[in-house]
Design a binder for this molecule. Structure first.
Ligand SMILES: Cc1cc2nc3c(=O)[nH]c(=O)nc-3n(C[C@H](O)[C@H](O)[C@H](O)COP(=O)(O)OP(=O)(O)OC[C@H]3O[C@@H](n4cnc5c(N)ncnc54)[C@H](O)[C@@H]3O)c2cc1C
Length: 479
């Protein structure tokens, strides 16, 4: 965008929403130029709306100027979803971070999109309620971003992901109109269409969410195994026995060592893999639950078994698990976290294959994953200053996705597609599938100014979609 046009664009934004809500200085814009996946380019402006009317005005102005519009929560997304890869205006929800209502009797809340995920559970706690989806980033990621990516988390195994908890939305469409959806409306499930749309269908300005009752009893156990394959087989056996714990998480030796060095939560350092199990329900059922799961784990090679004795110990184990990616900073200058799924029973093969791929590319890999969902998160460790390592990581990442598809899985479990995986989308969708998705998009945003270059492969304009996948695009930087 030419500088005179950019200035005019900024002036119009300032006239509409106020000077204190529009940032244009390069040093301010730098903060909005990347997310947790990529480092891309400066937007023309970043705006901080206070309500839906501001968002509507921003969309109308951007529309008239032909400027891309990129919604942004906390920027913790791991696929470049909030990065302004084609410039434009970044819409930050940092000032729209309130709980608008909390209806404990009907177990629902209406929130603004910038509310931090964990803040909702904190507010619901005095009512004996909590919010189910708990991405490991829940201390910082926003409910708008969580809705945009259809976020999951360790407890998605039993509570589901965002789509199972969003009851309705207020959003602004491509023309700037403020619209509402509700799950209990008749007709098409527009709420479901917007959840996971990664900012490409509309800008979400309020979210109606389901709250859940806190379980009367929770127990957390830790089992040590010789390797990830055996731990994965135990996970399959637990679920096959008809038991559905609230969470089943695996960490391999590399991750356990990094986490333990940082959190001192008491993870066994000599284990090849650790399985974290949580069950919830009535207090009387806890003992039988632990016995049943413990027996299966032992029958599948568990080397040791430990129960968290109180809530503090339980919280410490979860804090360590959720902080696993951060703890890797101790051993890695950079890491690239992949996100793919396989049927739970194929986890041992998938983990074995990931190991083979990492070896072939001479890369160190750590595994920490939502085993109960078959949702893998291999972390490929590298140094981004080494060009060859960057190339190896990109190639290995694509091979891992291909391997997971071959095992009956898919290319994302919870992080979304964004910019990172858009070129791999044709691995799982045909040209016709993508053209149909493109037509849906055109209904919401005919000019395709909402988050361009996300989800759809390059060339997928006006329903025209390349059939052949290309290697994943290289991003500027990873975590
Ligand atoms: C350490 C770490 C752990 C993580 N663990 C998990 C995990 O367990 N599970 C999981 O699912 N993810 C996880 N993530 C990924 C990330 O936290 C999630 O994708 C999260 O939902 C992103 O929220 P955010 O507020 O940071 O959104 P952003 O990254 O800012 O945006 C994410 C996407 O949503 C869109 N968006 C944001 N706000 C709106 C809005 N108001 N309207 C429309 N679209 C919008 C953006 O355009 C973008 O496409 C993790 C990330 C990190 C760094």
């Amino acid at each position: 965008m030419e500088s005179a046009t950019r200035e005019r664009f900024a002036e119009r934004l300032i006239d509409a929403i106020g000077a204190d809500a529009v940032l244009t200085a390069p040093e301010d814009l730098a903060v909005y130029s990347f997310d947790a996946y990529s480092e891309e380019r400066l937007p023309s402006a970043a705006v901080l709306p206070k309500d839906a009317r501001d968002v509507s005005a921003i969309v109308r102005i951007a529309n008239e100027c032909g400027e891309p519009i990129v919604p942004r929560g906390a920027g913790t997304g791991l696929c470049g979803g909030a990065a302004p890869v084609r410039g434009g205006v970044v819409v930050s929800f940092a000032r729209m971070n309130r709980i608008l209502s909390l209806d404990a009797a009907n177990r629902r809340a209406r929130v603004q999109p910038g509310l931090i995920n964990l803040d909702l559970s904190k507010a619901a706690l005095p009512h004996g309620l909590f919010f189910g989806p708990d991405p490991s980033s829940q201390k910082i990621s926003t409910l708008g971003g969580n809705t945009g990516t259809n976020a999951g988390g360790p407890h998605a195994l039993s509570y589901g992901s965002m789509t199972n908890h969003v009851l309705g939305l207020e959003y602004v469409d491509g023309s700037g109109e403020i619209l509402h959806t509700a799950l209990d409306d008749f007709g098409y499930d527009l709420t479901g269409s917007l959840v996971g749309s990664e900012g490409t269908l509309g800008i979400i300005t309020a979210i109606d969410l389901r709250l859940m009752r806190l379980p009367p009893a929770i127990r957390v156990f830790l089992a040590a195994f010789a390797d990830v394959e055996t731990a994965s087989a135990a996970v399959s056996a637990i679920v096959a026995a008809g038991i559905v714990p609230t969470a089943l998480e695996i960490m391999d030796k590399l991750i356990v060592q990094a986490v333990e060095a940082h959190y001192h939560a008491g993870f066994p350092l000599d284990a090849g893999a650790v399985l974290l199990v949580e069950i919830a329900g009535q207090p009387d059922d806890m003992q039988a639950g632990e016995r049943a799961i413990g027996e299966i784990a032992r029958a599948h090679g568990a080397l040791s078994w430990r129960s968290a004795t109180d809530a503090d110990e339980r919280d410490a184990l979860w804090a360590a698990r959720k902080g696993a990616a951060g703890a890797l900073g101790r051993i890695a200058p950079n890491y690239y976290i992949q996100d793919a799924t396989v049927p739970r029973t194929r986890l041992p093969q998938a983990v074995h294959r990931i190991d083979e791929i990492a070896r072939a590319y001479k890369l160190l890999v750590g595994n920490v994953f939502h085993a109960g969902d078959g949702n893998l998160h291999p972390l490929l460790i590298f140094d981004r200053r080494e060009r060859r390592q960057v190339e190896a990581v990109i190639a290995a990442g694509t091979e891992i996705l291909t391997a997971c598809i071959a095992l009956g899985g898919t290319i994302s479990g919870e992080h979304g597609i964004g910019y990172e995986k858009r070129e791999t989308l044709p691995l799982v969708f045909s040209s016709d599938d993508l053209a149909t998705m493109g037509r849906v998009r055109d209904v919401f945003d005919p000019k395709r100014l909402f988050n361009p270059d996300k989800i759809f492969p390059s060339g997928a304009v006006c329903g025209e979609v390349r059939a052949q996948p290309q290697p994943a695009a290289g991003a500027g930087a990873w975590l």
